[in-house]
Design a protein around this ligand. Sequence first.
Ligand code: OAD
Length: 254
Amino acid sequence: MPELLATLRAARHIVVMTGAGASAESGIPTFRDALTGLWANFDAASLATPDAFARDPELVWGWYEWRRMMALRAQPNAGHRAIAEMAAKAGRLTLITQNVDDLHERAGCASALHLHGSLHHPRCSACATPHALPPDIPDEPPGGRRLAPPACRACGGPVRPGVVWFGEYLPHAALAAAQAAAADCDVFFSVGTSALVYPAAELPHVARRAGAVVVQVNPGPTDLDAAAHHNLRGRAGEVLPRLVREAWSGADAP
Ligand code: OAD
């Protein structure tokens, strides 16, 4: 641990990549946790694919609106705030997230590479024109309700959620920037992700091959354990604030 703290203080470029576990303490469900995960309770093939939207747009739009409302009502947690603080202390920090909420930004991170898109940036499914949504709607029942997608103001086509679905490409610019950051950094954090979904799951390996120290923060084991130099077992909201405090407390002192 002292060795990791010294590595952090000396780091030129830190990359932090987060997954659903980073927002779990804000009350947003993860995907693969056994009982509470979204994919334990909902069928991904019926909700998170282009075919599903074409087949039943009201089901898909309603489910994503339910998730958007949940994200809007959630507040950033201590883990999000610790990452923002790390960004302020570190020479350079690139934040990569697989999450579709905006809790990193609301915790004070100036920018995040959203590899899987955003609940807050829907677009037309026909012409890709961005579509602004009202910031809030009334309480949604758990799981959401069927809801007709709004019509695009440019072409009238159905508006779709701004997230990446199974079978779709990741946003090219965000992925290219994430890959470049992983190849350039000297410390790579993988926080709250099962490290199962590619190409995001490849990024810590890119960093390791380029010589970075790989640090994982997760309460349980994942496929990344063997490749991580440090496996910090625990919740992001507990582990990260402690780490930032220990690494940088007094570091500004003359
Ligand atoms: P998963 O649900 O697969 O993994 C969440 C991880 O967070 C698990 O390893 C948990 O052990 C861990 N975890 C739970 N609570 C935590 C906490 N308080 N602090 C730290 N870790 C915690 O979610 P992702 O890895 O993000 O993609 O899933 C990757 C992608 O699969 C998602 O972006 C989504 C999904 O299908 C798309 O929708 C395209």
